[in-house]
Design a protein around this ligand. Structure first.
Ligand code: SF4
Ligand code: SF4
Length: 76
């Protein structure tokens, strides 16, 4: 199972919500806080991100960076 996480460049986000709609894990939401442009920015709301990158692909402002890590198995 791949675990992923994202980082949103919050001051670039303009709250279009395309990433929220595109996320198959439903793990994105708009923050209750405002960025420097006065928009509620996208953020992760739980730990179910799989790193599928759908959100990064649909973001018109390239505000999302996705990171993935596989869960390592012990060799011993
Ligand atoms: S990488 Fe995929 S699962 Fe993770 S927040 Fe983006 S759309 Fe959702
Ligand atoms: S798609 Fe991009 S600009 Fe739109 S809400 Fe998500 S992070 Fe913000």
């Amino acid at each position: 199972m791949i675990h992923g996480t994202i980082v949103v460049a919050k001051d670039i986000c303009k709250a279009c919500e395309l990433c929220i709609t595109a996320c198959p894990q439903e793990c994105l939401e708009l923050s209750p806080h405002l960025n420097e442009k006065g928009y509620r920015y996208a953020q992760l709301k739980n730990d179910t991100c799989t790193g599928c990158i759908n959100c990064a692909i649909v973001c018109p402002d390239s505000a999302i960076t996705v990171y993935r890590e596989s869960k390592k198995k012990n060799a011993s």
